[in-house]
Design a protein around this ligand. Structure first.
Ligand code: MBD
Ligand code: FE
Length: 307
């Protein structure tokens, strides 16, 4: 009999989880009982040594100190698994179709400037390929959603995000756009580059031990929200990126890779007030209305706030 299965260790687990008292939180107790027991099982099955165990404790401490919890979670596929669970729950509730969701990631900042129908996301201080993106927010019946908020954020040409990269202006490449009476939004920005985990960071340290890279393909994040609708958290990928189907955060999904049209016609370039070819992306967001049964899609998680 394994040590784990002895009455002594099973009793220990019950006490660890506070099962013998009637205080505390029943759900926390139940999950603690399982998590600690599963960890004991791992230690036993893999004959984890004390040195290895304390290395793991020290590693998790470093992740916390580096504030990389939000980076490690998608890197281990956990954020994607949570999405797949929401997809499954929606399917069970009869909700299918619409724009696919994908992970939020760790780099959202609330409170970006809000404008009607259109916005420019960059302030002109960075050189790069200009992007014009536009589209429509609709419900599942094709009815436009006026007054929806398109909350968009993305990296700069070096793969860095404002706030987290203090060299960028406040709210650079972050805006909220309210759709017009036809549900339309449009913005001007710069094509982003892919993000890479800090090479000397704690997430990359783990990835190295797995023989993995820490790159994401170039992408643009969105929260789409409107009264009476289920909040949509998603991203689009920039087609052609070398990591398009090799994302360390596992966020690429079919339906989220719109064509990138390169506009090279001199008259079109001139008409946009530019002097170099630019990129155009059209992408519509299709949302589900509020639903009585399916779990809510608003995820409460800690976000840094711009000072
Ligand atoms: C990102 O930009 C991102 O979107 C995710 C999921 C993880 C790290 C950086
Ligand atoms: Fe991102």
């Amino acid at each position: 009999m394994s040590l784990l299965d002895t009455t002594f260790v099973q009793d220990l687990l019950d006490k660890v989880a506070g099962l013998g008292n009637d205080k505390g939180d029943a759900r926390v107790k139940q999950i603690t009982r399982r998590v600690v027991a599963d960890m004991f099982r791992v230690i036993e099955d893999f004959d984890v040594t004390p040195d290895e165990f304390w290395a793991a404790v020290s590693y998790l401490t470093s992740v916390g100190q580096a504030n990389e919890g939000g980076l490690l979670v998608p890197g281990l596929g956990i954020e994607t698994f949570l999405d797949l669970r929401t997809d499954e729950a929606e399917k069970k509730a009869g909700l299918e179709g619409g724009t696919p969701r994908t992970i939020e990631g760790p780099l959202y900042i609330a409170g970006a400037p809000l404008t009607k129908a259109e916005a420019r996301l960059d302030d002109g201080s960075e050189q790069g390929e200009v992007l014009f993106m536009n589209g429509q927010v609709r419900d599942m019946n094709g009815v436009p959603v006026a007054g929806a908020i398109v909350d968009v954020w993305h990296a700069n040409t070096l793969g860095g995000y404002s706030f987290f990269d203090p060299s960028q202006p406040k709210f650079n490449l972050r805006r909220r756009i309210e759709t017009d009476s036809e549900g339309r939004y449009r913005f001007r920005s710069l094509l982003p580059n892919g993000y890479a985990c800090p090479p000397d960071g704690q997430t990359q340290r783990y990835l190295n031990a797995l023989g993995r890279h820490g790159h994401r393909p170039a992408h643009i994040h969105f929260f789409i929200s409107a009264p009476g609708f289920r909040k949509l958290t998603t991203q689009i990928n920039i087609d052609g990126d070398e990591y398009l189907h090799d994302d360390f955060a596992f966020a690429t999904r079919d339906g989220l890779i719109p064509p990138v049209v390169r506009v090279t016609d001199p008259a079109a370039i001139h008409a946009h007030g530019l002097n170099a070819p630019f990129a155009r992306i059209e992408f519509d967001f299709v949302m589900h209305r509020d639903h009585a049964v399916a779990p809510a899609t608003i995820v409460n998680r800690a976000h840094a706030e711009a000072a």
